[in-house]
Ligand binder design. Structure first.
Ligand SMILES: Cc1cc2nc3c(=O)[nH]c(=O)nc-3n(C[C@H](O)[C@H](O)[C@H](O)COP(=O)(O)OP(=O)(O)OC[C@H]3O[C@@H](n4cnc5c(N)ncnc54)[C@H](O)[C@@H]3O)c2cc1C
Length: 596
């Protein structure tokens, strides 16, 4: 059985010491209640919920999975999942960050993200159910009409209903312009939705009675491609404008998928056969509305990668301290024992430190991005809001892409630390590796995050977010220029940021001459950018630790981990830079037939 202890000390460090969130919240309208005491109390209660309610259901949920009853077209989730959801709702967790006017507690997104990291470490599959509801809530909050927010949003925030996101169709995944689901107008102002959606997370389950599907579909006269997509609210049980819940709608789960991982998270084929739905926002502008939900979900899936990295690391560390194999190269470290523990071996330490450096650095980076989201939402200063929005939109593909890809890397390192025992189900390590695999696929694959980052956020939008981020790194380096204790980080960080700016310009010129250059560089650019972003957060972490009242051991651990990151992870940027500079030709010159 795998263990999990919420990393409360590091969460508090990231929130209070590195990001100093309470100073920001004190001046943001609507956030002043998020004092240090409130934040710490919420973190502690969230930790108890994750450790005591969700973590014990992780392995049993994986083993049991979800089951589908063809006769009733219903889904049973693993034992304990439904009850855990009821406890989550009772505890007020579901509406933690939702606006008070819709029944939420209105707490900042950094707190919601901290809760989400703990939920995902404890039980990633279970976490998908509230994640989809949270995404649906934010789409409705931003794009719904008043009556829709009243009728549909409140039950989502209260947890009496859950939400889904219905984009994917059998022939249409990444390319939503291909979608075929149709919407016909009805006389009463509602719409009739027909089509088949696949891979729908939480499309059918036994947690609550009503499920609200956010469905992308085409109007009869819609233009082709992504400009002809509209967004609809399609509840499992019909809901009238006055909120009255009526009969079963003409939609059903046709089957569920059997998957490599996240067995407790149900993945459904959803058939809509003239189901009653309501248009959200403007006709043909559905993709923009759905993007609100997708952006929320993209950051959240990044947290899934982090959550798995953290839990896998905790288990690998405990095992490496306990398992005795071979002697240290420099002589026995524990002569009284038959062999030394794994943790004495340099390469086991490489694997452990890689996980630790990613977990702690990524936690700070993700919370930094969520803090920008809070500022973008609540600041009274338009320029500050715009800057924060540019930053969060720039960082979203980095958080999604990097944290999930390194989640795969780290869960594999953790499994490797266990040796052959990592491959055996009872230790739980292979489940983390299997569960991590989906995170780079759904909510836009890593490739799509990369294209969003380089093609859209950097090239199309003139890199507004990148410019702010580079300026912030520049200001940090200037502030600490005379700080001898930080010099070992400031010099390489400054050099990396300079190269980041130059390389971006170089790629911009190449892409202007040949658009294939963007596609050829994007994947490497995502990692390259992600590692430098982490280097910044690691330098900030050392500075924050030095300035804090934490114990000497804590400060030394932060510095040693940062040193490891700068020495062994940051240099990965050079391989990525070389790959980007090699250009598109080496990818494109081979003819189709020459692939074999
Ligand atoms: C378990 C699970 C849960 C899911 N949950 C949901 C859900 O709740 N709602 C929902 O709507 N969907 C959901 N999905 C669907 C998921 O979002 C899609 O699978 C994903 O977007 C990729 O689409 P696809 O599988 O059709 O791959 P494709 O689009 O066919 O892509 C195949 C490969 O080609 C690459 N590729 C495609 N286009 C490009 C390009 N232009 N440049 C570079 N590379 C490219 C992709 O990165 C990928 O590697 C889920 C999927 C799974 C497996």
């Amino acid at each position: 059985m795998s263990r999990y202890t919420a990393p409360l000390a590091d969460l508090r460090f990231a929130l209070h010491d590195v990001l100093d969130v309470t100073t920001t919240y004190a001046r943001l309208p609507g956030c002043a209640d998020a004092t240090r005491d409130v934040i710490d109390a919420v973190l502690e209660e969230a930790a108890k919920f994750a450790e005591q309610v969700l973590a014990p259901l992780n392995q049993s949920g994986d083993a049991e999975g979800c089951s589908y009853d063809k006769a009733t077209q219903s889904v049973r989730t693993p034992k304990g999942f439904k009850d855990a959801f009821a406890k989550y709702v009772d505890g007020g967790w579901i509406g933690l960050t939702a606006a008070p006017e819709f029944g939420g507690q209105g707490l900042p997104e950094t707190l919601g993200a901290s809760l989400k990291e703990m939920v995902d470490s404890a039980n990633l599959s279970w976490g998908n159910y509230p994640m989809l509801s949270h995404g649906a809530s934010s789409a409705l909050e931003h794009h719904g009409e008043d009556w829709q927010r009243e009728v549909f949003l409140k039950p989502l925030v209260a947890g009496t209903w859950t939400g889904t996101m219905c984009l994917t169709e059998p022939h249409c995944g990444t390319d939503l312009g291909l979608l075929k689901t149709r919407a016909e107008p009805a006389a009463d102002g509602s719409w009739r939705i027909s089509g088949t959606k696949i891979f729908i997370t939480a499309g059918e389950h036994d947690f609550v009675d009503n499920i609200l599907h956010l469905v992308l579909a085409r109007l009869p006269d819609a233009p082709a491609g992504v400009k002809g997509i509209s967004l609809f609210l399609v509840p499992k049980f019909k809901v009238a404008r006055d909120g009255t819940v009526g009969e079963r709608n003409a939609l059903a789960c046709g089957s569920i998928e059997h998957k490599m991982g996240i067995h407790g998270s149900v993945t459904c084929v959803m058939n809509f056969d003239g189901a009653e739905g309501w248009l959200v926002g403007q006709p043909n502008k559905g993709l923009a509305a759905m993007f609100t939900m997708m952006n929320t979900a993209r950051l959240a899936v990044g947290l899934q990668g982090l959550g798995l990295t953290e839990r896998a690391y905790q288990n690998a560390l405990a095992y490496a301290r306990d398992r005795l194999q071979m002697r240290s190269l420099s002589g026995p470290k524990f002569p009284d024992k038959p062999a030394d523990p794994l943790i004495v071996h340099p390469d086991v330490r490489r694997m452990l430190l890689t996980q630790k450096a990613f977990a702690e650095g990524e936690r700070a980076l993700a919370l930094y991005a969520y803090l920008q989201e809070d500022i973008a939402r609540h600041s009274t200063d338009a320029a500050e809001r715009e800057r924060a929005q540019a930053l969060v939109s720039f960082l979203t593909p980095i958080v999604k892409g990097l944290l999930t890809e390194t989640g795969i890397e780290c869960t594999y390192h953790a499994l490797q630390v266990f040796g052959g025992h990592g491959f055996i189900v009872e230790h739980g390590m292979e489940q983390f590796a299997r569960d991590a695999r989906i995170t780079t696929l759904y909510e836009g694959t890593t490739q799509i995050q990369a294209i969003d980052l380089l093609g859209r956020k950097v090239m199309q939008l003139q890199g507004a977010g990148l410019k702010h981020f580079l300026a912030e790194i520049g200001a940090f380096c200037a502030k600490h220029a005379g700080n001898a204790a930080l010099a070992e980080f400031i010099a390489p960080l400054g050099a990396a940021a300079k190269e980041w700016g130059e390389l971006t310009l170089e790629l911009g010129k190449r892409a202007a001459a040949n658009p294939e250059e963007m596609g050829a560089a994007a994947y490497d650019y995502l990692f390259y950018s992600g590692y430098i972003a982490l280097a910044y957060l690691w330098a900030r972490s050392v500075a924050a630790a030095d300035a804090s009242t934490h114990a000497a051991e804590f400060k030394a651990a932060k510095r040693a981990t940062a040193r490891f990151f700068y020495a062994r992870i940051l240099p990965r940027t050079q391989a990525h830079a070389a790959a980007m500079r090699s250009g598109a030709a080496n990818l494109l010159e081979m003819e189709d037939g020459q692939f074999g």
